[in-house]
Design a protein around this ligand. Structure first.
Ligand code: PGA
Length: 254
């Protein structure tokens, strides 16, 4: 059974007290989340430890890291390793968000290393992929997304790729208010699943969660999340408000 995940990517927003009150409000969401449907919150790195402690008795909330480096330790000023994340009890880490690709020049090869390093520590990578507007308009988006997926994930063993979560996030829909239609999103989710099935088998492909991200909000979440191959959302802007985030989460856990 595929796990349903509603993830909140807070990016570099909110100071400590704002973040703390948001996490406390999210913890009050009354929903049917359980071992097969959970919320993962990605706050800024300095808050990981405190927030993990705050939520550790709530089994349907997890705290994840927005980034990591692929080395275990050493002279890499400013970086955080999967070993260090594991030592805090962190179970999820975003990899290859389009903002990391754009502003910090992360390419598919570096991302493949991060994914391996996280899996070695038992942390679930949420691997983000998605095309820019010009790629979609040139009608080469399917090839583009498949290349991202293949170059970062296809060196993994069947056992390892099965532990990865994928997030399809069309770059033109991130933070822009534009959302992919449910049909556009479903098309790509199915494509990714079929591509994984081809190399890793139907069972693996059917058990992997593929999330949609890109201006998901209360108004469009229900239709997107109802698609056959959409197993949750990676939500930026709308995750910064506890009520909106609760509306999306509750509609999904019902
Ligand atoms: P958005 O961000 O919901 O604000 O579009 C999504 C993301 O960047 O993960």
């Amino acid at each position: 059974m595929r796990k349903k995940i509603i993830a909140g990517n807070w990016k570099m927003n909110l100071d400590y007290s704002e973040s703390k009150s948001l996490i406390q409000n999210i913890a009050k969401i009354e929903s049917d989340f359980n071992a097969n449907a959970e919320i993962v919150i990605f706050p800024s790195m300095p808050y990981l430890s405190v927030f993990h402690e705050l939520t550790k008795d709530i089994d349907w909330i997890n705290i994840g890291s927005q980034n990591c480096y692929f080395e275990k330790s050493g002279a890499f000023t400013g970086e955080t390793s999967p070993v260090q994340l594991k030592s805090l009890g962190i179970k999820y880490c975003l990899v290859g968000h389009s903002e990391r690709r754009d502003y910090f020049s992360e390419d598919n090869v570096v991302l493949a290393k991060k994914i391996k390093a996280l899996l070695e520590e038992g942390i679930t990578p949420i691997f983000c992929c998605g095309e820019q507007l010009q790629v979609r308009e040139a009608n080469v988006y399917k090839e583009f997304i498949m290349k991202q997926v293949e170059e970062s994930l296809f060196d993994l063993s069947v056992q390892d790729i099965a532990r990865v979560v994928i997030a399809y996030e069309p770059v033109w829909a991130i933070g822009t208010g534009k959302t992919a239609t449910a049909q556009q999103a479903q098309e790509i989710h199915q494509l990714i699943r079929n591509r994984i099935a081809k190399d890793f088998g139907d069972k693996t492909a059917n058990e992997m969660s593929i999330l949609y991200g890109g201006s998901m909000k209360a108004e469009n979440a229900r239709e997107l999340l109802a698609q056959k191959d959409i197993d949750g959302g990676l939500i930026g802007g709308a995750s910064l408000n506890a009520d909106t985030f609760a509306q999306i989460s509750i509609s999904y856990s019902e």
